[in-house]
Design a binder for this molecule. Structure first.
Ligand SMILES: [Zn+2]
Ligand SMILES: [Zn+2]
Length: 354
């Protein structure tokens, strides 16, 4: 953190946005669930290097009040989509699960037993970290430490049944959505309030400091800051590093219509993914409801998020091979054969560019 003293008072410049967003929600009793986006200046103390400056612009999103694995996939999807829209290529997505505090306490004992014989061979940083914030030792860049850690037991192999189920479901959703990822068992987020899914988007052009977007689930932070126990997830991206990873011919982005896909039951997620890809092809924004929630709640969410159109796909629609399309501005609702939905997207696309 960039800290300094003026007239015996200690000040710190904002290092990141998540805690600020959560404090705003707590202090103003804002309603949840909610999705937030911010683009703020942040500050770090360390010596500047390529793509890492003392003052930097950060884009962050936070999805508050939803704990289901579907939402971990949603925000990873959002990061992936965003990078594609702005023209970033050649990045990879790495994911891992660091479980819950109970898993970590048990795992810490296992790791301690494994490290015991070689503990003195770890660098002083790792030795210190193991005592204060033990998962962080996996962040160590020293080859001698990494050699020891390569063979260490990994947290994702020591999850309780709930956390392991959650992780498996996140991976399934990513597969369904067609988002390529790799599992990195040494990927950790060093702060205690992180839980379950963590992820990083890496780009090879940026050099050694190759992470352009990083985030994860942090179900414990809201309570720690004095709020109601609330599951949360989010990510942040440094704009300077993002720019370094972009090709010179970045496409222009127009204001886009918002589509929301509501469906009941996870068996319809494949259909949802197909429709979502069609919506994205027209450069519209596509939000997806949680298939385990009622249509009523999903419509409420769509409304709260200013959706222009909602596509509904459930039992009846599947039988009739239609989507129910609701124009949220006029309230008009009609059934549309699936094959005609593409021409609808096309006509809206022409309308909005006219
Ligand atoms: Zn757990
Ligand atoms: Zn080390």
């Amino acid at each position: 953190m960039y800290k300094f003293e003026i007239n015996k008072k200690l000040y710190a410049l904002r290092p990141e946005g998540t805690a600020s967003v959560l404090r705003a929600v707590i202090e103003n009793k804002l309603s949840l669930p909610a999705r937030y986006l911010y683009i703020w200046h942040m500050y770090r103390r360390e010596r500047p290097q390529k793509g890492r400056y003392r003052e930097f612009l950060q884009i962050g999103i936070e999805l508050l009040g939803e704990g289901g694995p579907f939402y971990d996939a949603e925000i990873i999807d959002l990061g992936n989509r965003f990078l594609h829209i702005v023209g970033a290529r050649d990045f990879t997505i790495e994911i891992n699960s660091i479980g819950c505090p109970k898993d970590r306490a048990l795992y810490r004992k296992k790791l301690k037993a494994y490290l015991q014989p070689s503990f003195n061979k770890l660098c002083p940083d790792c030795q210190r970290r193991f005592k204060s914030n033990f998962l962080r030792i996996f962040d160590c860049k020293k080859t001698s430490c990494q050699k020891i850690l390569d063979k260490a037991p990994k947290i994702s192999e020591h999850l309780c049944s709930e956390c392991s189920q959650h992780y498996a479901t996140v991976k399934n959703f990513l597969k369904t959505l067609g988002i390529p990822y790799t599992e990195n068992k040494k990927l950790v987020r060093g702060l205690d309030y992180y839980t379950r899914t963590v992820f990083e988007f890496k780009h090879k052009l940026v050099g050694a400091q190759d992470t352009i977007l990083a985030g994860g689930r942090y179900d414990l932070l809201m309570k720690e800051l004095g709020g109601v126990d609330t599951p949360c997830t989010g990510w942040a991206m440094g704009v300077d590093r993002l720019l370094l990873s972009l090709p010179p011919d970045v496409p222009k982005i127009e204001h886009a219509k918002i589509f929301y896909i509501a469906t009941i039951g996870e068996r319809f997620v494949d259909e949802m993914a197909k429709l979502r890809n069609a919506v994205h092809e027209h450069n519209f924004i596509c939000l997806m409801g949680n298939p385990s929630e009622s249509i009523k709640r999903q419509l409420k969410n769509a409304n709260r998020q200013n959706a222009d159109y909602v596509f509904i796909y459930g039992e009846d629609e599947a039988k009739e091979c239609v989507y129910t399309v609701r124009d949220m501005k006029s309230g008009e609702q009609k059934k549309l054969p699936i094959k005609d939905s593409l021409s609808l997207l096309k006509s809206i696309s022409m309308e909005s560019s006219a």
